[in-house]
Design a protein around this ligand. Structure first.
Ligand SMILES: [Zn+2]
Length: 434
């Protein structure tokens, strides 16, 4: 075991214990030992001054694509976990739409073991938890053997990248997953309404001569699935909400007692369809960026708690793939290394959200609602910690990403708030060199 670690003189922000003030944090054997003022700590402890910095529970992202196996030219489990740590994340959930997909226990086990293997070799980053496929081959027809996937380490099921289209399959998933206490993650999209669309349907799509995706493509599936969550009592988690209609449907279903949680991406929080102008493929994602009305509704829903958490939908693509014509370029943007700063700049610097509330939505709430061991600095918990400098100003430069891919819509953005150090199980997995 590594030596004890004492973080001295920091400002501790931990919404799970309602702590928001100066305190030292002592880590022993990979766990939080104590959070108190003027801790002395054992003689052999490594001491680290974090004066002027914020110490918070490590961030958690329940929606990332690490591309391995099959897409290692875009990202690997090693580079994805390291990019996550650079973004302040201590746990990420890896989506199963790899090649082959994570639809059997061996594939799920591989992802988990691979992340642990790199960590043992001193090249680890965030903890990586695999999400199993909901259907065999992600084909949307036959349910996977969920018990076997859970035994191999799957923490949820989804067909993300694609929707679970068949309502009878969704019903059975919401019933069956309750045995294992895991959520069903839904990429809500009616592919028949999307019909080859590449951006939001509306005036900007018309101006650019691009085929649009209507809001109803998402909202129609949200409407159906919240009813199924209500019917079954299962835990439905709707990924990357993008429309104001979806927000209203979720709020109404929750008011009726449905077990529905939701996430918002940093790009849907701050960007609209106008970012696509000049055929910028780095703003091409699915669901697409929508209108200012949608963006404002999503932002308000996050602040009010109708949207539970931030998730990045980190979707690395190779430069050459994103350089294609807009119609042919793949959907998706990277997000792990910019999420905290983008959200902090937009929500906290503006004064619309407190820093503790943001930490809640990026750490404590995902942990609590998804059953993740983390998201707290309570003694006895895993020592998964992020050290932040809320005052540091910097400019986003994709060339500095640890991710293998650079497809971000935020290049050149001026932001305030920076990750200084990320600690997983008491071990520093990332340290800012700037
Ligand atoms: Zn998706």
């Amino acid at each position: 075991m590594s030596r004890p670690l004492l973080l001295e003189g920091g400002h501790v922000v931990d919404p799970s214990t309602t702590r928001d003030g100066s305190a030292d944090v002592l880590v022993v054997d990979g766990r939080i030992e104590a959070v108190e003022s003027d801790l002395v700590g054992p003689d052999d402890a490594d001491r680290l001054s974090v004066e002027g910095l914020v110490v918070a529970p490590g961030l958690i992202d329940v929606h990332v694509h690490l591309r391995e196996p099959g897409g290692e030219h875009k990202e690997t489990i090693r580079t994805g976990a390291q990019a996550a740590a650079a973004g302040g994340f201590t746990t990420v959930w890896a989506m199963p739409n790899t090649d082959p997909p994570l639809d059997d226990p061996a594939a799920v086990g591989f992802v988990r073991q691979e992340a642990r293997r790199w960590a043992r070799r001193g090249e680890g980053g965030a903890r990586v938890s695999p999400v199993g496929a909901a259907s065999k081959g992600l084909a949307g027809e036959q349910m996977t053997e969920i018990g076997g996937l859970v035994d191999a380490g799957a923490v949820a099921v989804t067909d993300d990248g694609r929707p679970i289209s068949d309502p009878a399959l969704m019903r059975r998933l919401l019933e069956y997953t309750q045995t294992f206490g895991i959520p069903v993650l839904q990429h809500a999209e009616d592919m028949r309404l999307t019909a080859g669309g590449v951006m939001n349907e509306g005036s900007v799509a018309t101006e650019l001569g691009l085929r649009g995706i209507p809001s109803a493509s998402e909202a129609a599936v949200v409407a159906r699935d919240v009813l199924l969550a209500e019917l079954t009592g299962g835990h439905l988690h709707i990924q990357h909400l993008s429309t104001c209609e979806s927000v209203d449907l979720v709020a109404a279903a929750r008011a009726r007692g449905a077990r529905v949680t939701t996430e918002l991406t940093p790009h849907h929080l701050v960007l609209t369809e106008t970012a696509v102008r000049d055929y910028r493929t780095e703003a091409k994602m699915n669901p697409p960026l929508r209108t200012e009305i949608d963006r404002t509704a999503l932002r308000t829903a996050l602040i009010d708690g109708v949207i539970d958490m931030i998730a990045t939908d980190h979707a690395p693509h190779h430069y050459e793939e994103k350089e294609r014509e807009f119609d042919d370029a793949p959907f998706g943007v990277v997000g792990l290394e910019t999420a905290f700063a983008i959200c902090h700049q937009d929500l906290v610097v503006s004064g619309d959200m407190t820093l503790p509330a943001l930490v809640d939505r990026m750490s404590c709430i995902p942990a609590r609602t998804m059953g993740i061991d983390g998201g707290t600095l309570r003694p006895g918990s895993p020592a998964d910690i992020v050290v932040l400098d809320p005052d540091a100003r910097w400019t986003i430069d994709p060339e500095r990403f640890l991710s293998k891919s650079r497809n971000t819509p935020f290049a050149g953005f001026e932001v305030t708030g920076r990750v200084k150090r990320t600690i997983v199980a008491g071990e520093t997995r990332y340290e800012d060199s700037a």
